[in-house]
Design a protein around this ligand. Structure first.
Ligand code: ATP
Length: 898
């Protein structure tokens, strides 16, 4: 019986395995996993502390506007105005409901996406390594950890290789902790239990194996529920700015309202009227609904982007994407297919061509100079090294071959198969007994294999790196000869210039079987050869790069690969500098160049370089900072553990969904589910659409508030009756926001949105054109609403009727202006009415509501309105049309790049 003992760390690894009835070499069998899965349930934490729907609903009342309304409601009740009081209270309730549902929809969009990005784990089951969703783990499962993984459950580590884990989520300690398999003292605190790996922590280096001892709520992180950040952050810089602006406005308006009251008292006007004027001013002028509307528009952007394979993890990213000015992208897998095929092998002084494409073993190895490939010992050993110093497997699914593991390594397996060598034939003769895994910062991988009389180390990696470790080279006949490093580098350059990714291979025969150590591994090696593999650019990436460059978004390729390979691929992709052509006069910076530049020099040089080669992940951080120092809005892709700091620093950190590590995903703002560069371009395009819709919405909504504020202020100033009452203002704000304003969120992207440069990073939301539009419409609202109200009163109409007309003027002008607001540069006729039927539907619904508001006796009672005549409607419609025409005329005069 398995118990969730607290002292696993104090037991030996095999004791833990025995207690959990598992063979650490084979893992659990199917029967056991099914049994345990029934007994212990899924490996998910259920006790997450998130706000309940009720709490979320109650929080809707926590807004200054609501406070004002509640006070207004209470005061009107005390004054005996029961109808007004209940309308105000009803509005408070409806407002909270609308806010709640909008927020819930936005949250759902975000949360369902983050749930779809499930964490996977590499598990040993019935002797086979399988990838499973982390939720399927049970106590006793043997899990393999590799750098970049998120630890999927609490585990007792029983073997490891340079394993380091970042436990900051759990212990707060930011430096990764070294792990080892030895038991820790019984009383060791969590942070000192070096043989344990805890769920939710991140593997930052090395490899390890462990037995699962706790799952779901029984993990350490599960116990301290509430620690896990859930995707419920709905604030963005923009909503924060708007909220701050509303609060400042509120204070200004409250002061203004207080001054009005005092003035009224001095002028001995009725207290009640002055109070209502102050309330009207406050509820009218404060755009309280704006942050919620902005959130919902952003959330809709999230859904649209998800439809195009870009999963947004942090809402602000949607806002920033539209303003992206530079995209720094990895090469392998993002800009290229990541389907590698070895095309050339250089060994024993001869260059061999390898035919055949894909992962099938059909193909031949032929020498260019008439040597028989089967007779070259160096070639055989070079291919063998590639096969054995390798973790990838070629598998078949539905008759299709695919690589499980790193495609670079997959290519080496396939190349060896073309000379008849497979793992089945080679591995038993040289079983692997130790390894140094590939890490980007070392640029090589090494494995140790047992041979009859000793051991052999196989090593593969970047050519410069391997050459550093070699002191001789294998000749075609298998003998050891001198190392011609210059000649090898020359061959590498030739291959790289064709866009091939070149890997060097080497070996070292050892008398003993001592474990491999990084410090000692790189010496006395025998060079075996080079393998050059093609990784063609993705077709869609070529188009996407062109689209970005046309849209004024610079594309920079940042790769760990060789400068010449990078340049050749860059050329195929059509990359260019701001004022240079790649392959002609464009500079290429390599990791060592960057290391020599000071920050200031880097900032100066970074702008015009389209390709950065042999860059280490740490240097990516410097590159992002240099670009940001130039005022660029920088999107940066990454997949490895060491990319995390750069992803965090970038304005948009982009992680790869398929090949990315959990660490990179965790640090990112956006995840590409298809690892494809073209998806970034699609997201930028959607981001621009969302940004444009936000500005259109803001430009449409603010005149209502400004207009209402102006009308009330004018009335106070001229000591006349209020043209619109507080409850009527509430009616206008609520109904127009829902029926009219929200329809702008469905506005499709305008044609040519990717034909113009990105908006300037420091550009204020309310720029000159937007402010001018808001000012103009607000003044027209004031003029027409106040004018018609006065006219009606002067022609003997009742205040109720005059107010009904004023309210209708407001609504109709806003409804007409909605058609203007669909674009800052095109007329709605150019856009076509059919392109956003929501606007037409919203307009129609709004008109029906206004008819009810005007003619339904019940509404007349509630809102103190009165029926109006046909001629009044003509006047009102004329007002709407005049505003529409003036704005259209103004559009032609003052264009905007929104
Ligand atoms: P990108 O950053 O564009 O994805 P990359 O895949 O070339 O480029 P890295 O994965 O950091 O970047 O690889 C850097 C270099 O290390 C490669 O150019 C290659 O020479 C070597 N290399 C890559 N993968 C392996 C591997 N599995 N084993 C040994 N060496 C490798």
């Amino acid at each position: 019986m398995v118990t969730f003992d607290k002292h696993w760390h104090h037991l030996e690894g095999d004791e833990v395995a025995a207690l959990l009835s598992v063979d650490p070499k084979a893992g659990l069998d199917q029967f056991e996993t099914e049994q345990r899965s029934k007994r212990y349930g899924e490996n998910v934490i259920t006790g997450k502390r998130v706000k309940t729907p009720f709490e979320r609903f109650m929080l809707q009342f926590h807004q200054p506007l609501v406070y004002i309304l509640v006070v207004a409601g209470l005061v009107t009740a005390i004054l005996g105005e029961w109808v007004d009081s209940s309308v105000i209270m009803a509005v408070v309730l409806v407002n909270a409901l609308v806010g709640y549902f909008q927020e819930a929809k936005a949250l759902k969009a975000l949360q369902s996406l983050s749930a779809s990005m499930r964490v996977e784990a590499l598990v040993l089951r019935a002797g086979e390594q399988v990838r499973l969703p982390a939720s399927a783990l049970v106590p006793g499962d043997v899990v393999l950890l590799r750098s970049g993984d998120k630890v999927p459950a609490d585990m007792r580590v029983f073997s490891e290789r340079e394993l380091r884990i970042d436990e900051s989520t759990l212990t707060g300690e930011s430096v990764p902790v070294e792990k080892n398999a030895a038991p820790s003292p019984k009383d060791a605190v969590l942070a000192d239990r070096h043989c344990m790996a805890y769920a939710g922590t991140l593997v930052s280096y090395g490899q390890g194996r462990g037995v699962v001892v706790g799952t779901g709520n029984y993990t350490e992180i599960g116990r301290i529920s509430g620690l896990i950040d859930s995707a419920d952050e709905l604030e963005t810089p923009l909503t924060r700015k708007i909220a701050k602006f509303s609060h400042m406005l509120l204070i200004a308006i409250l002061i203004l309202a207080a001054v009005t009251m005092v003035l009224g008292l001095i002028r001995s006007e009725p207290l009640e009227e002055m109070f209502m004027a102050a309330v009207a001013l406050a509820v009218g002028a404060i755009p309280e609904g704006l942050p919620a509307a902005v959130t919902i528009i952003l959330a809709m952007g999230v859904s649209r982007m998800a439809g195009r394979k870009a999963v947004i993890r942090k809402l602000p990213a949607v806002e920033t994407l539209g303003g992206t000015t530079v995209i720094c992208s990895d090469k392998t897998g993002t800009l290229t297919e990541n389907q590698m095929t070895v095309q050339s092998v250089y060994s024993g002084g001869t260059l061999f061509d390898v035919s055949g494409i894909g992962y099938g073993s059909e193909g031949e190895v032929t020498a260019r100079e008439g040597v028989d490939a089967r007779e070259s010992q160096a070639l055989a050993e070079c291919l063998r090294a590639g096969l054995l110093c390798n973790d990838a497997r070629i598998r078949s699914r539905d008759g299709q071959l695919y690589v499980e593991g790193d495609p670079t390594e997959g290519a080496l397996v396939v190349a060896a198969a073309k000379l008849g060598m497979t793992l089945e034939t080679e591995a038993p003769q040289r079983p692997r007994i130790d390894e140094l895994p590939f890490e980007s910062e070392w640029r090589y991988m090494a494995t140790l294999h047992e041979t009859g009389d000793g051991a052999v180390v196989y090593m593969k990696g970047a050519v410069e790196k391997i050459l550093e470790c070699c002191s001789g080279a294998m000749m075609a006949d298998g003998s050891n000869g001198p190392l011609d490093a210059d000649g090898i580098i020359e061959v590498q350059r030739t291959l790289a210039a064709q866009g091939l990714r070149v890997l060097a291979l080497a070996r070292n025969i050892l008398p003993g079987k001592e474990r491999l150590k990084r410090e000692k591994a790189c010496m006395g090696m025998e060079f075996l050869g080079l393998q050059g593999m093609i990784d063609p650019p993705r077709e869609e990436a070529v188009k996407a790069v062109a689209a970005c460059q046309k849209a004024g978004v610079k594309v920079k390729m940042i790769t760990g690969d060789h400068a010449l390979t990078a340049e050749a691929i860059g050329k195929m992709l059509g990359l260019r500098g701001t004022s240079c052509t790649l392959g002609e006069d464009c500079p290429i910076l390599t990791g060592s160049d960057i290391a020599e530049l000071s920050d200031k020099q880097l900032i100066e040089r970074v702008a015009d370089v389209p390709v950065f080669a042999r860059v280490s992940p740490e240097q990516k951080l410097r590159l992002v900072m240099a670009l940001q120092a130039r005022g660029e809005v920088c999107a940066m892709t990454g997949d490895g553990v060491n990319d995390a700091p750069a992803l965090k620093q970038a304005d948009i950190g982009i992680a790869m969904g398929i090949n990315g590590t959990e660490v990179a995903k965790e640090a990112s703002d956006m995840i590409l589910t298809d690892d494809n560069f073209a998806t970034i371009t699609a997201a930028v395009e959607e981001g621009r659409g969302v940004y444009a819709n936000l500005i259109k919405f803001i430009a449409w909504t603010l005149p209502t508030n400004a207009g209402e504020g102006l009308v009330i202020l004018t009335a106070i100033l001229f000591q006349t009756a209020l043209p619109i009452l507080p409850v009527q203002i509430l009616w206008i704000n609520m109904t127009t926001a829902v029926c009219l304003g929200m329809t702008l969120a469905f506005e499709p992207k305008e044609p040519g949105i990717m034909d113009r440069p990105p908006h300037k990073p420091d550009r204020p939301i309310l720029d000159r054109v937007v402010l001018r539009r808001i000012g103009m419409v607000s003044l027209m609202l004031l003029l027409f609403a106040f004018g018609l109200f006065k006219w009606e009163l002067l022609s003997g109409a009742s205040p109720e009727k005059a107010r009904t007309i004023a309210v209708n003027v407001f609504v109709v002008i806003e409804a007409f202006y909605l058609f203007n607001a669909r674009s800052f540069r095109r007329s709605p006729f150019e856009l076509g009415l059919g392109t956003n039927l929501w606007v037409v539907g919203g307009f129609a619904l709004m008109m029906v509501l206004q008819l009810l508001f005007t003619y339904l006796p019940f509404m007349n009672n509630l809102f103190s309105t009165a029926p109006i005549g046909l001629f009044d409607w003509v006047k009102i419609a004329l007002c709407g049309m005049v505003v529409f025409l003036i704005v259209e005329y103004d559009k032609r005069r003052v264009g905007s790049d929104v």
